[in-house]
Design a protein around this ligand. Sequence first.
Ligand code: NDP
Length: 285
Amino acid sequence: MANIIDGNKISQVIRNEIKEETERFKIDTGIVPGLAVMLVGDDPASKIYVKRKENACKEVGFYSREYKLPAETDEKTVLSMIDELNRDPEIHGILVQLPLPGHIHSAHIIEAIDPAKDVDGFHPVNIGRLLTGRPCHMACTPKGIMELLDRSGIPIEGKEAVIVGRSNIVGKPLFLMLLARNATVTVCHTKTKDLAEVTRRADILVAAAGKAEMIRGEMVREGAVVIDVGINRLDDGRLVGDVAFSEASPRSSFITPVPGGVGPMTIAMLLRNTLDAARRSRKDP
Ligand code: NDP
C-alpha cells in the first residue's frame, strides 16, 4: 500500500518556515513583503482562491492588497493598474487571477507584469529563464510538486518521469523542472498514442489533464510515485483527481490524495515566490 503524501501537512510546515523567515526579514530590512491580487469579474471559484491567498498572506505577515474589478473592466484599465503596481515600492508580487473575462487577453496582462514581480511565474521572461536554468520565479503548482517530491525524500535524478498534460501553467514548466533535476521526462497529451503504454514506464507519474479519474490502476507501474494535480467536481458533488485513487494506490509507492495533495502547495509556493521577490528587490532595484 502506498505512502500518502500529505500536502496539507507539508504546506503548513512551509508556511511556518515562511512566517519565521518573514519576521526575520522585516527585522533585518524593515521591508514587509507585499502582494497585490487582482480579480476581474465574479467567477465563484476565483473568488474563493483570492480569499485563500489573502488569508495566507495575513497568516505569514505579508502586506496584501486586493483589487476587485467588475467583469466589464476594459483591458486598458487593467494594464494601467499593472503599470502602477510595477512601480509601487510596497508591492513585490503581482498576481492577476485567471481566467480573465473573454475581452481581456491574458497574454497581454501577463506580459505587462514586471518579471521581477511575476510571482505566478507565467511571464515569458521567467519561462525563458527556467528553460535556460537561470534564477527566476517558477510557476507555483509545478514548483509545489517538486517540493512534495523533495520533502518526501523521493529521488528524481535518473528516474523516468511521465507527465500527462502540457499546459503552460503545469505540464510544460514541470517538464523543465524535472529535466533540470536530471529525470528523463516524457510529456503526454490528447494526441499521445497508447497513453497507458507510456504511463506504465513511469517511476514518477504526474497526472495534470483535468479528466476525472482517467488514470486507471493498470496504467500505473508497480512501485511508481503518483502525483495527482487534477481537481474535478463530479455530478454528485464529489471532488476527485485525475487518478482513480483506489485502483492506483495499491500499486504505488507514494501517492497524493485529492483534495489535500498538490492543491495546498500552490499557495505555499506563491508565498515563497513573494518573499523571494521582496528579498531580490533589495539587490536588483
Ligand atoms: P489544461 O486544460 O490547460 O490542460 C490539460 C492538458 O491535459 C492538455 O495538455 C491536454 O492535452 C491534456 N489532456 C486532456 N485530456 C487528456 C487525455 N484524455 N489524455 C491525455 N492528455 C489529456 O489544464 P491545466 O493544466 O490548467 O489543469 C489540469 C488539471 O489540474 C485541472 O484539473 C486543474 O483544475 C488542475 N489544476 C490544479 C492546480 C492545483 O493547485 N492543484 C493548479 C492548476 C491546475 P492537449 O494539449 O492535447 O489538449
